[in-house]
Design a protein around this ligand. Sequence first.
Ligand SMILES: [Zn+2]
Length: 68
Amino acid sequence: MPMKLNIGDVVELKKQHPCGNKQWEIVRTGMDFRIKCLGCGHQVMIPRPKLEKSIKKVSQVNQGAQGV
Ligand SMILES: [Zn+2]
């Protein structure tokens, strides 16, 4: 069952970024996701299956999203 993840959603990962932040905003969806660290603004590309495994929880859902 795929997770519902949309652009603008904020997710909390199990592993924290070196800057100390655990929350990331989704800035691009697709086969590969692009996520932005809310602590330092660093962006990374990550394959969807890998991202889903590393998400601890979805902490904020973007209500205005148009689906995947
Ligand atoms: Zn960071």
